[in-house]
Design a protein around this ligand. Structure first.
Ligand code: HSE
Length: 379
C-alpha cells in the first residue's frame, strides 16, 4: 500500500527506514515545509498532492502540533485515506470529531504511537477491553519527567540543570513546560481513559500538579521515609463519570514504578478478571515511535477497521471519592493546610486523607500565593 507521510523529522525518518525494508508499504510522497533534496522525488509542499492522489491509501501524520496537523488529518480522512498519527495533542483535543469523520468516510484512524511512543499500549488496551472490563489505568507516561526524577533520586542535582540535560538528549517537548507541568501526560491519559472507559472526557477537566517545584530537600525527605517520587497518571472507573488526575506520587521504594530508570515509561491497566498488565519501554524517539506508526499501517493492511473503541459517552471527571494523604511543602501554610496536617517531614508536612479533588484544587490555587509550593500524593 502507498503511504503519504506528513512531516519528515526524527520520527518521519524512522518511518522511511522501516518502510524501505518492506515491499508491502511504500512511502510515495512526503509533505515537507521546505526543500529537502535528500528526499529526491518524494517531497511535496502542498497537502492536496497527497489527498488528491488516488494511489495513496494511508496518510501518516508525524508533524506534531495542533495546526495545521488537525486540518491535514481531516482532509485525509475526508478524501477516504486511512490515517495513522503519533499526534497526542490532536487526538486528545479533537477525539470525537476525528472518530466521527473516520467512521463517516469508512476509513481507519490509528494513533498507537501517540501514547507511550513505542510501547504497544493502546493496542493492548483495545485487546483487553474486548474480553474484560478495565477498572483502572495509568502510571509513568512521560520520559522527561521520569529522567528528571530518577536523576534527582540518584544524586543531588538542581532541577534546571537536569531539565537542560533532558532537552539536550531530545526527550523533552519543544516547550518543556508541557512535560514538567503535566500537560503531555494529561493528553495521553485523556486518550487512554476515553478508550478504556468508552468515555468522552475533556482534557482540560483533568486536574494535574507537575514536578516543576520539587527540590533536593523534598527528595531527601522522601528517601529518608522509604519513598520514591514519580509523576503518575491515574484513571479509574467511578460511580459517576471517571476519576482522573496527574500528580507527583510517593510510592514505596519496592513498587515496580519506583524502579523505572532514565526516560522509560511504565504504563499499566487493571482488568476486572485478568488483574494487572504493565508495559515498560521507550515512550519517545525515532525508532520506538516509528515502530508503532508503521505497526498501525500493518494492522490496516491486515484489515483493521475503525478506531480503538466504537462508543463515546460524554463523562465528567469525578475525583471527590478518591482520597489519600499528601506531602505538602509551602513557605506559607494556611488554615486549610494546618487543619489537615498530621506530621512534619523536613520542610514539608504530611496530611490526613484528603480528597484528590480538594487537594489538587488547593495546590493549584496555592501556587499563586507560593510559586515554590510542592504537593505530592502518597499511595
Ligand atoms: N516529551 C515526551 C516524553 C515525548 O518525555 O515522554 C513523548 O510524548
Amino acid at each position: 500500500m502507498s503511504i503519504g507521510l506528513l512531516g519528515c523529522g526524527v520520527v518521519g525518518g524512522g518511518i522511511l527506514d522501516f518502510c524501505a525494508e518492506r515491499t508491502d508499504l511504500t512511502v510515495t510522497k512526503v509533505l515537507v515545509r521546505r526543500e529537502r533534496p535528500e528526499l529526491g522525488g518524494l517531497a511535496v509542499t502542498d497537502i492536496s498532492a497527497i489527498t488528491d492522489d488516488p494511489t495513496i491509501g494511508i496518510v501518516i501524520e508525524v508533524m506534531g502540533g495542533l495546526h495545521p496537523a488537525y486540518e491535514y488529518i481531516c482532509a485525509a480522512l475526508g478524501a477516504g485515506k486511512h490515517v495513522v498519527t503519533a499526534n497526542k495533542a490532536v487526538i486528545s483535543a479533537f477525539y470525537p470529531e476525528l472518530v466521527k469523520l473516520a467512521s463517516e468516510n469508512g476509513v481507519t484512524l490509528r494513533c498507537t504511537a501517540a501514547v507511550g511512543g513505542g510501547i504497544p499500549w493502546l493496542t493492548n488496551l483495545e485487546r483487553c477491553k474486548r474480553l474484560d472490563a478495565i477498572t483502572e489505568l495509568g502510571g509513568i507516561m512521560n520520559g522527561t519527567t521520569n529522567f528528571i526524577m530518577d536523576a534527582m533520586h540518584a544524586a543531588p542535582v538542581s532541577f534546571p540543570d537536569i531539565l537542560k540535560q533532558a532537552q539536550e538528549l531530545g526527550y523533552a517537548e519543544a516547550d518543556p513546560s508541557a512535560d514538567i507541568d503535566g500537560d503531555d501526560v494529561r493528553r495521553k491519559l485523556t486518550i487512554s481513559a476515553n478508550i478504556a472507559f468508552d468515555a468522552l472526557l475533556r482534557e482540560e477537566d483533568i486536574p494535574m500538579f507537575g514536578i516543576r517545584t520539587v527540590t533536593d530537600g523534598d527528595i531527601k525527605a522522601f528517601k529518608a521515609h522509604g519513598f520514591v517520587c514519580k509523576l503518575l497518571a491515574t484513571a479509574k472507573a467511578a460511580e459517576e463519570g471517571v476519576c482522573a488526575y496527574i500528580e507527583p506520587t510517593l510510592i514505596d521504594s519496592h513498587e515496580l514504578e519506583a524502579a523505572v530508570p532514565k526516560n522509560f515509561n511504565l504504563i499499566t491497566y487493571c482488568g476486572e478478571k485478568i488483574g494487572r498488565h504493565s508495559f515498560f519501554g521507550q515512550g519517545a524517539g525515532r525508532y520506538p515511535t516509528a515502530f508503532n506508526a508503521v505497526g498501525d499501517c500493518l494492522d490496516i493492511l491486515a484489515g483493521k477497521v475503525g478506531f480503538y473503541t466504537g462508543t463515546m459517552t460524554p463523562a465528567a471527571v469525578s475525583n471527590s471519592a478518591e482520597a489519600h494523604p499528601y506531602y505538602v511543602r509551602t513557605a506559607c501554610p494556611d488554615e486549610f493546610l494546618r487543619s489537615v496536617t498530621v506530621e512534619r517531614w523536613g520542610e514539608g508536612v504530611i496530611t490526613s486523607c484528603v480528597s484528590v479533588e480538594e487537594m489538587l484544587r488547593w495546590g493549584r490555587a496555592h501556587l499563586k500565593k507560593d510559586p515554590a509550593c510542592f504537593v505530592a500524593g502518597i499511595r
